[in-house]
Design a protein around this ligand. Structure first.
Ligand code: NAP
Length: 286
């Protein structure tokens, strides 16, 4: 079975749109997402404009700040601080990577965890690691929804995550542990990746290396989720050798059209959740 990420993403976006309508009816205002884009990187411009467009379609307000490449750390920091205290802003997204010379970690650390819709702050990561409610990075959250929609049983499954980044691999592993899978995390120093992958009921590849997961590494019947996005001469390809892996997998995501569309859908969901949580915590005690 090929998991149709576009269809699942459309379903999530429709759910968010309906919930935003109810939010507006109750609160008289829509959730707001602030996007911060520094510099002229063409890919980042495309990503941010896609996010703004998706917000519009879901009824979420976007507040965009485009800054020149020469912005100082202090100016950027000042903007994040303003957005933190702006009551009309429910979520803050600083598009990464930042141009050379700016300290990404310092900027992330300044985002109010209640508005951290990318789930990148240490507070969000800590809450997730402890299995407590908080903002979760959009891509791994999207993977969990794909597994759910494909009817994959996570509880008790042997799951392998290849990659340990803050953005994908680590939160992915935490989400799977929190859903009661038995999780192995692999990385560039892992010995015998083939054997470890071969034991996985759920295999998530988040490396950034075209087709590095061979078809014969896939356990027959396994769920294979390919997070990788690699631009090659033959076009966009994932980290998994799709054709060979699809012959063995019980369920598998394609690239493109798998995990990719879920990331923006989950950003919308996180923005709505942040708005709901902030309004709840601001509600007077009765
Ligand atoms: P990253 O920060 O570069 O991390 C890559 C991870 O892969 C690292 O942990 C690295 O190990 C590990 N790795 C590298 N070579 C390996 C090897 N030979 N064997 C096993 N592990 C290896 O990348 P990322 O941000 O997590 O992104 C991963 C991929 O997902 C990229 O292709 C990216 O474009 C894609 N992505 C897609 C979406 C989406 O919406 N679909 C969102 C985010 C990212 P070390 O830690 O040891 O270096």
């Amino acid at each position: 079975m090929v998991i149709d990420g576009k269809a699942v993403a459309a379903k999530v976006r429709a759910e968010v749109r309906d919930n935003v309508e109810s939010f507006v009816a109750e609160r008289g205002t829509s959730p707001g997402l602030a996007t911060v884009l520094v510099g002229e990187d063409p890919a980042s411009h495309v990503y941010v404009s896609n996010k703004i467009k998706a917000c519009e379609e879901a009824g979420i307000r976007s507040i965009h700040h485009g800054l020149g490449e020469d912005v100082s750390q202090a100016e950027l920091s000042g903007l994040v601080s303003e957005l933190n205290s702006d009551d009309d802003v429910d979520g803050i997204l600083v598009q990464m990577p930042l141009p050379d010379g700016l300290d990404q970690d310092a900027v992330i650390a300044e985002i109010d965890p209640a508005k951290d819709v990318d789930g990148l702050t240490a507070t969000s990561a800590g809450l997730l690691a402890q299995g407590r409610p908080g903002m979760v990075p959009c891509t791994p959250l999207g993977v969990m929804r794909l597994l759910h929609e494909a009817g994959v049983e996570v509880s008790g499954a042997d799951a392998v995550v290849v990659g340990r980044s803050i953005l994908v691999g680590r939160p992915m592993a935490s989400l799977l542990v929190n859903a009661s899978a038995t999780v192995t995390v692999c990385h560039s120093r892992t010995r015998d990746l083939a054997a470890i992958c071969g034991a996985a009921d759920i295999l998530v590849a988040a490396v950034g290396s075209p087709r590095m997961i061979h078809g014969e590494w896939v356990k027959p019947g396994a769920a294979v989720i390919d997070v990788g996005i690699n631009r090659t001469d033959e076009g966009l390809t994932g980290d998994v050798d799709f054709d060979a892996a699809a012959e063995r997998a019980g369920a598998i995501t394609p690239v493109p059209g798998g995990v990719g569309p879920m990331t923006i859908a989950m950003l919308l969901r996180n923005t709505l959740s942040a708005a709901q949580a902030r309004r709840r915590s601001a509600a007077p005690a009765v």
